[in-house]
Design a protein around this ligand. Structure first.
Ligand code: 48F
Length: 265
């Protein structure tokens, strides 16, 4: 029978606190903060971290993966249209061809492999952390995010009133899905406008999302379904190819813009 090391409760607590604070301290100044840990944010984070870019994903839930665990209608199969199955091959996610050009994979398998790939690449996560606001500099350059613990943000103010904290980065990515939380916050401030995502049209939506993925304002890149909400593009339901490819494109845009953004004061 295994005999465990004699470790007591305070050691366990100190291990957690020490490791958490070290990471929080380090990532209070990140290269890139991605808001939202769904398929587009994870894909972008994976590529950025692979390129040696210090990347933090801020996620309001205790789990990462967003809508990628489940396909449509509570059925845990996800679909991808060619050529996006290349990403499934890359990540070694088993899949079947349902009809020529349409691929099906198990949501839990696809999602967990993508999360693992992002972790392996070096992405760090602040989960149970909700995006509240942006940090803005001259010329409306987005230079970080204001965050709070998710439970605090969801309690009534008469029970708790806790100020958020801010973390800085050279660039921010809105990967919050249909809500486009970062762009919507800028809209609330009269700096930007969102159109709201359009009705379903699978044939058109995926190319349009890819086309519009990119820099929305200085320091802010939009990816995934937040692109659709920002620009009024059709939704596409439980097909995920453009989420993964949009994440890839968003990462490429960030890589090309980072030197300019790093020089900005
Ligand atoms: O919704 P989500 O999976 O976004 P995505 O990467 O992919 C969209 C598809 O899942 C699907 C679709 C097309 O296939 O229609 O919906 O664009 O993941 C968004 C993540 O952002 C988190 C949210 O919990 C989810 O995990 N999120 C949203 N708002 C906030 C946030 C916020 N204010 N702060 C932190 N995280």
């Amino acid at each position: 029978m295994a005999v465990f090391e004699p470790i007591d409760e305070k050691d366990v607590t100190r291990a957690i606190v020490g490791s958490f604070l070290k990471q929080f301290d380090e990532y209070a100044e990140s290269d890139v903060i991605i808001v939202g840990g769904g398929p587009s944010g994870l894909m972008a984070g994976k590529i950025l971290a692979e390129n040696g870019i210090k990347t933090l994903i801020v996620e309001r839930n205790n789990y990462i993966g967003g809508g990628f665990w489940i396909g449509g209608y509570l059925m845990n199969k996800v679909t991808l249209r060619a050529p996006a199955q290349e990403v499934l091959d890359e990540l070694e996610i088993p899949h079947e061809e349902a009809k020529p050009g349409l691929f099906v994979a198990d949501g839990p398998h696809a999602c967990s492999k993508l999360i693992a790939a992002a972790c392996d690449a070096g992405v760090k996560f602040a989960n149970m952390t909700i995006f509240e606001d942006v940090v803005l500099r001259e010329g409306n350059r987005v230079a970080g995010v204001v965050i709070n613990w998710t439970p605090i943000a969801s309690l009534p103010r008469e029970i708790t009133c806790v100020d958020p904290v801010a973390i800085e980065s050279k660039m921010v990515m809105d990967a919050t899905g249909h809500d486009a939380c970062v762009v919507s916050k800028l809209e609330e401030r009269g700096i930007a406008e969102t159109v709201g995502f359009g009705a379903m049209w699978v044939e058109r939506s995926e190319e349009l999302i890819l086309e519009h993925t990119g820099e929305f304002m200085p320091g802010l890149v939009v990816t995934g379904m937040s692109v659709s909400t920002t620009y009024g593009l059709p939704r596409m339901g439980p097909t995920f190819g453009s989420m993964l490819l949009s994440g890839k494109k968003a990462a490429e845009v960030v890589i090309s813009k980072l030197p300019e953004m790093s020089a900005a004061k």
